[in-house]
Write a protein of this length. Sequence first.
Length: 481
Amino acid sequence: MASPGILILGAYLALMLLIGIITSRYQKTTDDFWVAGRRFGPVVLAVAIVASIAHGGTMLSGVGFTALLGAITVNNLSFALGFLIVVVFLARKLRALGGYTLPDYLGERFDSRFLRGFGALVVIISATVYLIGQTRAMGFIIQGMTGLTLEQSILLGATIFILYVALGGLLAVVWTNIAQFIMMYAGLALLYITLYGKIGGWAAMATKVEQVAPGWTSITGVGWAPMALISWYVVWIVAYFTRVEFVTKLYAARDPKVARYTIPIACALILLFFTPIIYFGGAARILVWSQVTSPDKAFPILINSALGPMGAAFAFAGLAAAAMSTTDSLLHQSGAGIAHDIIRKCLFEPNKVKKSEEFYVRVSRVTILGVGIIAVIGALYTSEIILKLVSYAVAMLGASFGPAMVFGLSWKRVSKIATGVSVVGGFVITAIWSIMTIYGVTWAKIVHPVIPGIIFSTIAIVVLSLILPTNISEKTLNRFF
């Protein structure tokens, strides 16, 4: 597949770089670089959101995971509920704030430099860990397409996404996300059409997979313990209303109404994206499961067995696009977190240090380059524990930010101290629980790390807010209520 793979991948990477070069001409201010001038309508923004959260790991692991454990189709309710929380509690007020980052919300809503700075560190740490996993996944995909070594593949893909993000900011991220969205959906469509001819539609797939894996189509799937299934649903509800690459794009909407209208469109598109994964999981269980040595290899084996060289190259390009569409958004937010939240809002402005817009854009670009290099080094030389922590990075963000976002935007009485305890405690508990789970502590493995984290952060913010004074000015509260 190397020749078709090189041809298709080369065209795709050239397009990404071209978008970065073109959009770089419009980067004059921090508004341009961090929120693309707040110019986007609901359809463009929805497509960019879906592309940024439907990553390569979702497709590779999602198909293998589904093939192994079953359809669990009600899992789609988790995504829908997460999006519903954004519509009801977050979208309008976040856009009305006119910020740039998630820590921007924490700092402004609670009059707190500490919450802003700590939130920025959480985002940067979690994003960097996640970037390592996504960069490595992208490297494996490019390696399979081109025949390059894994190291060469990681360096090639990372160089392109670091360059276009550093050049074009969020404008480049959004327009490359749209191109990546088209690639992802086209690759899925091609594979679905081919598999339809081999095993038939959904009913035929369900009948055949039940013959080889009884219980696969049930609500609980195959081999799920009840607590594990509940944990799985909670993880994705929390994850999808606290995804940094998701909610921060709402700042780029033209106005608060557009921000709210974007969410139902994005929800429909994300469900349209995830639903075929169930079909592909069933197809993998029917057609190639005997060849699979690890669940993560199920999707690549299925693609290679179902499609010819050119078709497989096109489908793998869709996977590469999915991986890159998440890495660029996380990389962009890391740059904004350092330049805006830590340097400008925590250090310079409180001490009356004035810097130009161009200065902060330069700092953001340097940060993007630095974080990108760390992600590449991590992807090349990472330890096993870092790779395992990737799966918990979203949980750490969710447990830390979830209650602060929902209660902070819906309840005036929320206390500054309560929020600090909630944010710090949720992150620390989830991180410690994740490490204990990775090292095989028996009682820690009973539930996903996000469960104890989100329980603590929710109880802390509610109980302490009822006890303690808010310590937030009326002027600040009037901005949000």
